[in-house]
Design a protein. Sequence first.
Length: 498
Amino acid sequence: MPTLVLLDVSLSMCRPATNEHIDTEGNDNEISRRQLAHQGLRAFFDYLANNFRLEFTSLVVFSSLWEEIVPFTRDYELLKSKLSKAETYDKTCFASAFEAARSVISDGWGPSTPFHVILVTDGLPGVGDGSLRQFLDSQEVITLPFTSKLHIICISPLEEVGSNLHWYKQLCDTTSSHGGHVYFPEKPLTQQSVEKAFMQLAENNYMPYKGILQFGNLRSNVNLVPPPINIMGYNSTDDYDFPPFPYELKICGFLDSVDVGQPPCIARHLVLPYSSPHNLDEAGAHDASGSDSSFDDAVVDDSHTPSFCVLLHGSLKVEKMVALVKLSDDWFGILQSWADSKKKSNLVLSIFEPAIKLSWLGELTQLGPSIDEDVNPYVTVNEDEEESPFPVPLAGYFSYHHQGFLIWTKNSLQSDIQKTLRYARRLPDKKQAFYKEVNKLRRNALVYSFDGVIACIASLLLKEAENATSQQAVTLLKHVAAHLRSENVYSTIEPVPV
């Protein structure tokens, strides 16, 4: 899951950590809490680079205002280099911090992506407008409009935070959908104690998943990115909790990609093979006995071992098939070759909801090898082709059942909406093309009684009006949004003179 780091750069972060002095190159200099925060974040970024290098992380600094100094990136060296270049500003303002989180994540990712939000501050509640107490007591508490978990790291021991701990816990419960936790370094306040607090955060929330992918006697050590344990926790509700994610991913069988289609899934994970730790342990034992080349030999031997994960990926890609994976008694997923470009593809695990019903495949628990059937369900048309038994025919037909397409929307619907938004951002230069696309979209929506898309387009245009730099563009966008929401839906929207 992506991570957003909110770093407090107020004047109070420049306070000295302790009364003790730390010797640096022969000079006695006091180390500040902000410097300790930088050292802790560098250790945290190093941990992510080693274990979560495929995840995106952004760095935002805040005081009474906020600034995104590093957009979402996988370059952790860039994140570490930008820490020391952040300037110091006036006072701590928590409203500014959460306004930054809402703006940065909503604009770049939307409300459907779960997030980790890490707030690094000095443990003081602040004073005046924007202080922690005033922020929580106000009627406009900023609740993050996306699935998130808030982690607060105070660069102060628990004894210094004192009664403010209650307010920080309330902040986690109020602003985040999945609550959070407050972390404190141990006394005395040193680089080691601060790094230990960050590592505690990492070990509680950023543990990589390493399991075994198995099919009969073939098995491979795999790493799932992002870890499914966190995803399952974010998808759990008060009415239903997901079962524990298994350590062994057992392949039940294979199906044609055409038969499976694109069933709904709750999460997708990249499946990567990794080196088994057994050879490394053996290398360490030999190295302790005096062999200098044992470690290198173990790594070379492991790299030359055939990987079942690589074999499976290539086979699924060539044969255009998917592998059905059993996660629990009535919980399944599929492994497939997923291409994000013409030259690169990856092995991806798509996880279904437990006890999901896929009508065109029938009961997943009833699927089995076709060779075990008395009659081969794959009817051979001729020597080279065979007819698939899927989709499974229904027992009866309903009055609204149709043998055509499952949905009416064309593939170009999303591209038409994106084209309309592109023209909206280039107003007033693209005024004629913008009105033409809006009228075309509304006509298509009315033909299929798809009134919801009209309301959504109106909301999107009003959002674009908030960010428009031209007053003419604002007038045109509000004019079109008002017409889309009016009761006179059959009239053509004409350009308003500006």
